[in-house]
Design a protein around this ligand. Structure first.
Ligand SMILES: Nc1ncnc2c1ncn2[C@@H]1O[C@H](COP(=O)(O)OP(=O)(O)OP(=O)(O)O)[C@@H](O)[C@H]1O
Ligand SMILES: Cc1ncc(COP(=O)(O)O)c(N)n1
Length: 270
């Protein structure tokens, strides 16, 4: 079995962050581990408070994992501030794990900032060059590039700019545009589009976390980049189509449906 680590924030309501990542890992048959960078008191409606974990504790958590266990893949989500980013970047340089998928989380669904805006430059300089693949949504790609993105052509231009910032692959997610949900992958040589029908639902809490964790798990399981993205896109689309009407706001993606279909779950009500 492959071992995959998530470095991200905790969502106590279970829909996004570390919790979504670990559920996604389990559904992909990889052994999940977690380094918590922030405790976010949030639910399907709102963020109540954010408690950042001190950089020393983040460094210790990363050491605890790497000194003991082989790490086959890493997903990075919410990083709240510059100091946290520098700490994680230093540890990535020290341990040099393969297949780092960086989801540059900036804002929660309801509009609450999960990253301090002044950390943007550190994200670009310290984190992007350490990533195998980054998965920004449209507003994140706009913040990183300074471009306005409204079309597939502009997604491609933004992806090319992001690649120049030092990451090896870019997947810009089109969830925030209208029409089909089209994500565009750029590996420095060619663009590939991954298209899914847009599902009419308000239950999209954790979609970005789910997609990036699924990609990290697929890479760890030995898939090539485009195949890993294709399979992860199929996974997140199913997870959105069967999203759970939990809570009063944006309900979470469903990580159990695929397993259930394969007969991997008994006595589950879906
Ligand atoms: N309504 C939808 N129907 C189908 N696919 C969707 C829908 N919304 C998002 N997606 C897909 O889900 C994945 C996550 O994309 P999205 O742009 O929503 O990420 P995100 O903004 O990081 O997530 P969030 O909005 O939850 O913070 C992408 O593959 C995107 O195309
Ligand atoms: C701790 C944490 N991390 C990330 C997100 C964004 O979630 P997503 O973009 O997947 O909806 C979130 N709401 N909370």
């Amino acid at each position: 079995m492959k071992n995959v680590l998530t470095i991200a924030g905790s969502d106590c309501s279970g829909g996004a962050g570390i919790q979504a990542d670990l559920k996604t890992f389990a559904a992909h048959g990889v052994y999940g581990m977690s380094v918590i960078v922030s405790v976010v008191a949030e639910n399907t409606c709102r963020v109540i408070s954010i408690k950042d974990i001190p950089p020393k504790s983040i460094a210790d958590q990363i050491d605890a994992v790497f000194e003991d266990i082989r790490v086959d893949g890493v997903k990075i989500g919410m990083l709240s501030n510059k100091e946290q980013m520098k700490t994680v970047a230093d540890k990535l340089l020290q341990y040099r794990p393969r297949g780092v998928v960086l989801d540059p989380v900036m804002v929660a669904k309801g509009g609450c900032a999960l990253m301090h805006p002044e950390a943007l430059e550190t994200l670009k300089k310290e984190m992007l060059p350490r990533a195998f693949l980054i998965t920004p949504n449209i507003p994140e790609a706009e913040a990183l590039t300074g471009m306005k993105i409204e079309t597939a052509e502009e997604m491609k231009q933004a992806a090319a700019l992001l690649l120049k910032m030092g990451t090896q692959n870019v997947l810009i997610k089109g969830g925030h545009l209208s029409g089909d949900a089209v994500d565009i992958l750029y590996d420095g040589k060619e663009f590939s589009a991954f298209t899914a029908e847009r599902i009419q639902t308000k239950n999209t809490h954790g979609t970005g976390c789910t997609l990036s964790s699924a990609i990290a798990a697929n890479l760890a399981n030995g898939m090539g980049t485009a195949d890993a993205v294709k399979a992860a896109k199929e996974y997140v689309t199913t997870a959105i189509r069967h999203a759970l009407p939990i809570g009063k706001g944006h309900g979470p993606t469903n990580h159990f449906y695929t397993l259930y279909q394969k007969g991997g779950l008994r006595n589950a009500e879906l």
